[in-house]
Design a protein around this ligand. Structure first.
Ligand SMILES: [Zn+2]
Length: 456
């Protein structure tokens, strides 16, 4: 897989004629392997032993990331086997404990009918391809799923984007997922695999999470990658841009040519608010190494011209801390502070009507839920705290500098968008697909200067 040609994504004659006149764009970096290694269990989730199930029996095979599987030993008579570590070797036994292999080494175990799509039952799920284990220094086992790159993408697509999305959005997501994986090979090489199954890499759940229209989207874009200057790039994506994508340097600190801020008229509006007690915020700050004592004020001190928060300054009883860019969400919780497009109640320029409107709207549920919860279901205390918060906000607006508000008071972040805001907005991709854009147009909109190239 070394050469890339322009995608045949629009399979009509003029494009084909044009294609014949164009030189094939070549792919100059290292070869992409056909197969990928996914870490199902490792580190803190590593296992004592690995049980495998297959109704068709098993196969022990040598595995190579370019060549795939080559049979070493067929075991069609067995339905369940177990891999354990014994004296530093990986040992395979049947369910009665009879030894089948004294040293599996780097070999994979496959379902006997894997070539016909037979999957292995392992770790509570079903997986295509093969399973190999590795003994960690703790003596426990890393469990690795080795399979074709596109089979991997089958098993992530519905986890990263709902299978109910239109076909062109799913195709865009398939190209993103494949490109991200191809550019992150070896990310977990210290554990002997490429990609993990969590949102650290991409959410992979194997065969059980596959859906027919996701599989169709993967097949329809087989071999296609998001490329810049003829080379695949990791296609970062997020749920909702909030109406404006971000520059990579405004989120992570360093510029990336194809991750540029632009207005996004397609991403539907997504508003959020996050109400949190000062104690909870202090706890989060302390666990991230910021010990500033009792939290007094939060203030946004820097924003991009398109509104993404660049610096959040916090003053406490024994120090100050300034969180910058995406570290704000990392420290405070990316599912709580859902984007960098936010205001904080208490921030002077944002003592706005919007906040008070929000408070009014939230008042009944706030008193009955968050406040009541924090007050140990004592509704009178809850109501008192709520009123104290309202009073504190009013005082802040008047630039009042009296005593500190009572402990137990809450801070509200209000914002729009969900995710880091880099690259494709998944909800925007859905809207574009519904408006008739194809997946290449969706990707070229969200990734400045990028194009979809097919691997020959
Ligand atoms: Zn990972």
């Amino acid at each position: 897989m070394t050469k890339f040609a322009r995608s045949l994504r629009r399979a009509f004659l003029p494009a084909l004629l044009l294609l014949c006149l164009l030189p094939a764009a070549s792919f100059a970096s290292a070869d992409l392997p056909e197969y990928i290694r996914i870490g199902l269990k490792y580190g803190s989730t590593a296992v004592e032993y690995c049980d495998l199930r297959s109704e068709s029996g098993f196969l022990i095979a040598d595995f190579d990331q370019d060549e795939g599987f080559s049979e070493v030993l067929p075991l069609p008579a067995y339905k369940r086997v177990r891999i354990t570590a014994e004296n530093g070797c990986l040992v395979l036994r049947d369910e009665s404990g009879v030894l089948l292999s004294a040293d599996l080494g780097n070999n994979c175990i496959l379902a006997y009918d894997y070539e016909d799509g037979g999957a292995l039952g392992v770790a509570g799920g079903n997986y295509r391809g093969g399973i190999r284990c590795r003994i960690e220094s703790s003596g426990r086992l890393t469990v690795i799923n080795c399979l074709l790159l596109d089979e991997y993408v089958y098993g992530i697509l519905n986890n990263e984007m709902s299978y109910t999305y239109p076909a062109e959005a799913l195709k865009a997501q398939a190209v993103c997922a494949r490109s991200f994986a191809a550019c992150n090979l070896g990310r977990h090489s210290s554990y002997g695999f490429d990609i993990c199954t969590t949102s650290h890499c991409q959410l992979y759940r194997g065969l059980d999470s596959e859906r027919d229209n996701c599989t169709a989207a993967v097949d329809a874009t087989h071999g296609e990658f998001l490329c810049v200057s003829g080379e695949p790039v990791p296609a970062y994506y997020a749920t909702n841009s909030g109406g404006h994508t971000s520059n990579a340097e405004d989120v992570w600190g360093s510029p990336i040519s194809y991750l540029r801020a632009k207005e996004d008229p397609y991403s539907p509006s997504f508003n959020w608010s996050y109400m949190v007690s000062r104690e909870e915020l202090q706890t989060r700050l302390e666990s991230a190494g910021y010990s500033i004592g009792s939290l007094r004020t939060l203030e946004v001190t820097d924003r991009t011209d398109y509104g993404a928060v660049q610096a959040l300054r916090m003053e406490g009883s024994s120090g100050t801390a300034t969180l910058k860019k995406d570290n704000i969400r990392t420290v405070l919780g990316p599912n709580s502070v859902k984007s960098l497009f936010f205001t904080v109640a208490g921030e002077k320029e944002d003592q706005s009507e919007a906040y008070f409107a929000l408070l009014t709207k939230k008042a009944s549920e706030a008193v009955s839920q968050e406040y009541r919860l924090a007050a140990g279901k004592d509704i009178r205390t809850a109501a008192l705290w709520f009123l104290q918060d309202c009073a504190r906000e009013a005082c802040d607006e008047l630039d009042y500098s009296g005593p500190e508000p009572a402990s137990g008071s809450f801070i509200t972040f209000s914002g729009h968008g969900f995710g880091h805001g880099l690259g494709m907005s998944q909800q925007g991709a859905k809207a574009m697909a519904e408006q008739g854009f194809d997946y290449a147009e969706i990707l070229e909109f969200y990734y400045t200067g990028a194009e979809v190239l097919a691997c020959e």
